[in-house]
Design a protein around this ligand. Structure first.
Ligand SMILES: *[C@@H]1O[C@H](CO)[C@@H](O)[C@H](O)[C@H]1NC(C)=O
Ligand SMILES: *[C@@H]1O[C@H](CO)[C@@H](O)[C@H](O)[C@H]1NC(C)=O
Ligand SMILES: *[C@@H]1O[C@H](CO)[C@@H](O)[C@H](O)[C@H]1NC(C)=O
Ligand SMILES: *[C@@H]1O[C@H](CO)[C@@H](O)[C@H](O)[C@H]1NC(C)=O
Ligand SMILES: *[C@@H]1O[C@H](CO)[C@@H](O)[C@H](O)[C@H]1NC(C)=O
Length: 771
C-alpha cells in the first residue's frame, strides 16, 4: 500500500465497493470468444456484420437455460458489446447456468470473467533532450505531422490550455473518429488538437457499477484528473508560464506537442476490461497511430486471458504502437503487468527536478524531504507521534478519528506512510489543530511530492529512520519545516521504488519492463474541478498539477513514439520499440549507474528499468533495429506451447506449425532473458537475432559483450558488415552456464551485448536468472 500513488488509492477504495456490489448479483459480465467459421456455419445471418450472429448465439442459450430454470422470469443474457475485429465474440452479462449452456455451443472458444483495472498517475522535455539542443527533434522539419495518439483513460478537460489548437493544421483526412455528445460535452469541445473523444461504460454498468452524475460526467469529460494529466503529457500543446503556484514553472508541453489527441474514456469510479477492449478496438478503427494506456490488471493475466493484450496485438498488426504502464506494485519481483512482448512496458523514474523541504531537528540535525507546499516555513515546534498524538488503532498512520486535538494543537504531527494519502493525513492533522505534518516511511527512498494544505513534507526511509531515532529518544522533540521551491540538477534519473518489476511472470524469456521514463513529480494539466491536493475540501485551483506513477511515465513514451513515428513513417511498432530500447541509457547525470530508490545506495537492474532510460534524440537515429512482425509474435506464442484454444484467443486464421520453428528466446527482441534450471554447468542456450540497418549504408559493427556472472557468451559472427540501408544481417549468441552447483532459485545476474560502429552503439541488456 505504501507505494501506491494518489489517484490509484482513490480508485482502490471505490473498486472494493464495486467488487462487493458485483459479487452480490449472480450474473456477471464475461468476455466471450467464438470460432467465427463454426458460428457462421451454424447460425444463419444474412446481414454483413457480426452482431446478429452474436445475438443468435445468445438467443439460443436464453432458450436452453430458461427451459432448465424453474422460475419463469429468469433474466435473459444481455449483450453488452459485439466484437468483430480484434476478436470475434462479445461481452455479455450471463448467469452461471447461461455460461454453462454457452460452453456447449459449437464454436465456443473461451469466456473470461470481466475484470477491474487499476489506474497506474514540464520539465520533462528538457530533461529528455527534446528541446534546447542542436539536434532537437522539436526543430525538425516535419513537426506539422499527422500523428494521432489515442489515450485510454478517465477522460479529458477539453477547455484546458494544453488542448487548444493554435498553430495546428487541419485534421488528417484519414481520421475516422468522432467527438461524442454527453454530459457537459459536445462535438464543439473537440478541435484540431483534441480530434476525438468517446466514452465506454456499458460493461461497467452491466457489472453493477454506478455513475453518480453529481460527481462524474457521463461523457468524455474528466472528473478525476488522471486522463487530463496523461493526455497533456503525451501531446499537450505548448503553454507558457505553466506552474503549480510558482513551482516547476516554465513552458509546459507534451512530448509531441504537435500530435493530435483522441480520448477514450473507460475509467469511471470503477471500470471494466470489456470496456477497455471495446475502446482499444475503436481507437484502432478510428485511425490512431499510438495507443497509451496507464492502467492494468491487479496482477498479471496470462496473455490469452488478457483482452487488453489481445487487443494490443491486433493494434500492432494494424501498425499502431502500444505503450502501457508497468504498474506501481514495486519493488517486489514479478510485479510488472502489461508484459506481452508486443507491448512497450514502461517503468518510472525521477527527473533532475525536485521540490525540497528542509526538516531541522531540535538537536541540529537536518534532513531533506519533499513537498509542494508553497507557504512559509514553520517555527521550531514540538513534534508528536503515536500515543503522544492520540489513541486508537492506526494512530501512527494518523487514521481518521485517532488524533487528539488536545495533544496535537500547535504541533507538528508525524504520520507513517500508508492507508491514506499524505494530503489526507495533512487534512486530518489540520482539522485536529496541528500546525504541520511529517510523513515518514520504512523501506524505500521514493520522494513523491504533494501539494499539502498545511506545512508538511515527506521523508525517505533513511531520513525517516534517523528522524524517528531522535524523536523516540528525546523527551521533548522539536522540528521545523522550510520549503525551498524548485531545484534542478539533482542526481537523476533514479528508479522509483513503486515502479513494478520483472522478471516477467508470464514470459520469462522477455525482460520486462522495457524502458523507464519520467514518472515522479510530473507537472501536467488538471481539470478545472480538481484541486492540486486532490482533496475535495481543498478549494484551491491550479491549471497544472503534480502526480507520480508509471501512469505518468507511460504517456512520455507514447509521446516520444509519436515523435519517432513522424520522423520514420515506415517504421513498424517493433522498430520504434527497438530504437527506444537499444539507445536507452543506464548511466545517470553524475556518470554513475542509475540508482534504485527501492534500497538506499543500490543500482537499478534490467528487471527494474528494462534497457534503461529513454533517450528520444538517440532513438530517432538508432543505427540498427530489431524488427518483429505480428506473425513473429504468433510464432512466439506457439513456442510458449499455447494450444489451439489459447491461440484462438488471438486470431482465428493461424495454426501453429506442427514442428516448432523457434524457441521463445529466439523472438527478435532487443534484449535477452536467459533462464537456467538447477546446475547450469555446460548447459548452453543459443538464440538467434536479426538486425536491420537504418543508419549508414556502408557500416561495420563489432560486438561488445559484458558477461553476466555465471555464464560464458559467444557471438557468431562477431562483426556485421552492412553494404546498404534496409539490409538485414543475423547473428547467434550462445550462453553457456558455468555454475557447477545448483544456484539458489530466482537469483539473477546482469550484463549486456552491444553492436558498436564508429557512430552507433546498439545495446541490449542481458538478464540471467536461475529459476
Ligand atoms: C452522489 O454524489 C453526491 C455528492 O457527493 C452525494 O451527495 C449523493 O448522495 C450521491 N448520490 C448517490 C445516489 O450516491
Ligand atoms: C521560474 O520563476 C523564477 C522566479 O520567478 C525565475 O527566476 C525563473 O527564471 C523561472 N523559470 C522559468 C523556467 O521560467
Ligand atoms: C488448452 O489448454 C486449456 C488450459 O489448460 C484447456 O482448458 C483447453 O481445453 C486446452 N485446449 C485444447 C484444444 O487442448
Ligand atoms: C564441458 O564442456 C567442455 C567443452 O565442450 C568439455 O571439455 C568438458 O569436459 C565439459 N565438462 C563437463 C563436466 O561435462
Ligand atoms: C543461497 O541462499 C543461502 C541462504 O539465503 C545463502 O546462504 C547462500 O550463500 C546462497 N547461495 C548462493 C550460491 O547464492
Amino acid at each position: 500500500m505504501m507505494k501506491i500513488f494518489k489517484a490509484m488509492l482513490l480508485l482502490l477504495a471505490i473498486f472494493i465497493i464495486a467488487i462487493i456490489a458485483a459479487a452480490s448479483v449472480d450474473r456477471q459480465v464475461y468476455i466471450v470468444r467464438l470460432d467465427k467459421a463454426k458460428i457462421t456455419n451454424n447460425f444463419i445471418n444474412s446481414i454483413g456484420d457480426s452482431k446478429p450472429w452474436h445475438e443468435a448465439v445468445l438467443d439460443s442459450i436464453a432458450h436452453v437455460s430458461s427451459q432448465q430454470e424453474q422460475e419463469s422470469e429468469a433474466t435473459p443474457p444481455e449483450l453488452v458489446y459485439s466484437y468483430e475485429t480484434a476478436i470475434f465474440g462479445f461481452a455479455a452479462k450471463l448467469s452461471a447456468k447461461q455460461l454453462e449452456s454457452l460452453k456447449r455451443v459449437d464454436g465456443f472458444v473461451s469466456a473470461i470473467p470481466d475484470q477491474m483495472l487499476r489506474l497506474h498517475t514540464t520539465h520533462s522535455p528538457q530533461f529528455l533532450g527534446l528541446e534546447g539542443s542542436k539536434e532537437s527533434l522539436w526543430h525538425s522539419s516535419n513537426l506539422q505531422s499527422d500523428v494521432i495518439i489515442g489515450v485510454i483513460d478517465t477522460g479529458i478537460w477539453p477547455e484546458h490550455a494544453s488542448f487548444q489548437d493554435h498553430g495546428m493544421p487541419p485534421i488528417p483526412a484519414r481520421w475516422k473518429g468522432t467527438c461524442e455528445k454527453g454530459t457537459k460535452f459536445s462535438p464543439s469541445n473537440c478541435n484540431k488538437k483534441l480530434i476525438g473523444a468517446r466514452s465506454f461504460y456499458k460493461a461497467y454498468l452491466a457489472s453493477g457499477g454506478k455513475i453518480n452524475q453529481t460527481e462524474e460526467y457521463l461523457s468524455p469529460r474528466d472528473a478525476d484528473g488522471h486522463g487530463t494529466h496523461t493526455a497533456s503529457t503525451a501531446a499537450g500543446n505548448l503553454v507558457a508560464d505553466a506552474s503549480l503556484f510558482g513551482l516547476a514553472n516554465g513552458t509546459a508541453s507534451g512530448m509531441r506537442y504537435s500530435a493530435r489527441i483522441a480520448m477514450y474514456k473507460v475509467l469511471w469510479p470503477g471500470n471494466s476490461l470489456a470496456d477497455v477492449l471495446a475502446a482499444m478496438v475503436q481507437a484502432v478503427e478510428d485511425g490512431v497511430d499510438v495507443l497509451s494506456l496507464s492502467l492494468g490488471p491487479e496482477s498479471p493475466l496470462p496473455y490469452y486471458q488478457d483482452p487488453a493484450a489481445v487487443a494490443a496485438l491486433f493494434a500492432i498488426g494494424e501498425g499502431v504502437f502500444v505503450s502501457f504502464s508497468a504498474g506501481n506494485s514495486g519493488p517486489g519481483k514479478y510485479t510488472a503487468t502489461n508484459t506481452a512482448p508486443w507491448i512497450m512496458t514502461v517503468a518510472a523514474s525521477t527527473t533532475d527536478r525536485s521540490f525540497p523541504a528542509i526538516v531541522k531537528l531540535g538537536n541540529g540535525q537536518v534532513f531533506e524531504g519533499t513537498s509542494l507546499y508553497t507557504g512559509k516555513a514553520t517555527k521550531q515546534l514540538p513534534v508528536v507521534y503515536g500515543k503522544n498524538a492520540g489513541s486508537g488503532q492506526g494512530v501512527e498512520y494518523c487514521k481518521a478519528g485517532t488524533l487528539n486535538p488536545k495533544l496535537v494543537k500547535g504541533k507538528i504531527v508525524i504520520c507513517v506512510e500508508g492507508y491514506l494519502e499524505d494530503t489526507e493525513k495533512g487534512e486530518l492533522v489540520k482539522l485536529a489543530g496541528g500546525v504541520g505534518m511529517l510523513s515518514v516511511k520504512k523501506g524505500d527512498e521514493d520522494l513523491n511530492a504533494n501539494a499539502h494544505i498545511l506545512p508538511a513534507a515527506s521523508l525517505g526511509a533513511s531520513a525517516s529512520e534517523s528522524f524517528m531515532k531522535y524523536v523516540l529518544s528525546t523527551k521533548l522533540p522539536t522540528a521545523s519545516i522550510a520549503f525551498k521551491g524548485t531545484t534542478y540538477g539533482n542526481r537523476a534519473p533514479m528508479l522509483a521504488a513503486f515502479s513494478s518489476r520483472g522478471p516477467n511472470l508470464l514470459g520469462l524469456d522477455v525482460i520486462k519492463p522495457d524502458v523507464t521514463a519520467p514518472g515522479v513529480n510530473i507537472l501536467a494539466a488538471l481539470p478545472a474541478v480538481i484541486s492540486p491536493s486532490f482533496l475535495k475540501s481543498d478549494k484551491r485551483r491550479a491549471a497544472f498539477g503534480v502526480m507520480s506513477g508509471t501512469s505518468m511515465s507511460c504517456p512520455h513514451v507514447s509521446g516520444i513514439a509519436a515523435v519517432l513515428k513522424s520522423k520514420h513513417k515506415n517504421w513498424s511498432p517493433a522498430a520504434i520499440k527497438s530504437a527506444l530500447m537499444t539507445t536507452a541509457y543506464t548511466v545517470d547525470n553524475r556518470g554513475k549507474p542509475i540508482a534504485d530508490l527501492a534500497v538506499h545506495g543500490s543500482e537499478a537492474t534490467p528487471f527494474a528499468m528494462g534497457s534503461g532510460h529513454v533517450d528520444p534524440v538517440k532513438a530517432s537515429d538508432p543505427g540498427l533495429i530489431y524488427d518483429i512482425t505480428a506473425d513473429d509474435y504468433l510464432h512466439y506464442l506457439c513456442s510458449l506451447k499455447y494450444n489451439a484454444t489459447q491461440m484462438a484467443s488471438f486470431t482465428d486464421d493461424f495454426t501453429c506449425p506442427k514442428k516448432a520453428t523457434m524457441q521463445p528466446g529466439d523472438l527478435n527482441y532487443p534484449s535477452f532473458a536467459v533462464n537456467f534450471k538447477g546446475k547450469a554447468h555446460n548447459i548452453t542456450f543459443m538464440f538467434k537475432r536479426t538486425v536491420t540497418n537504418v543508419g549508414i549504408p556502408r557500416s561495420i559493427y563489432k560486438v561488445s559483450v559484458e558477461e553476466p556472472n555465471g555464464v560464458s557468451i559467444i557471438v557468431k559472427p562477431n562483426v556485421l558488415r552492412f553494404k546498404k540501408l534496409g539490409q538485414k544481417l543475423s547473428y547467434k549468441v550462445s550462453f553457456m552456464g558455468l555454475k557447477t552447483e545448483k544456484a539458489n532459485s530466482s537469483t539473477s545476474s546482469f550484463g549486456s551485448l552491444a553492436w558498436v560502429s564508429e557512430k552507433y552503439k546498439v545495446r541490449s541488456p542481458i538478464a540471467l536468472t536461475w529459476i
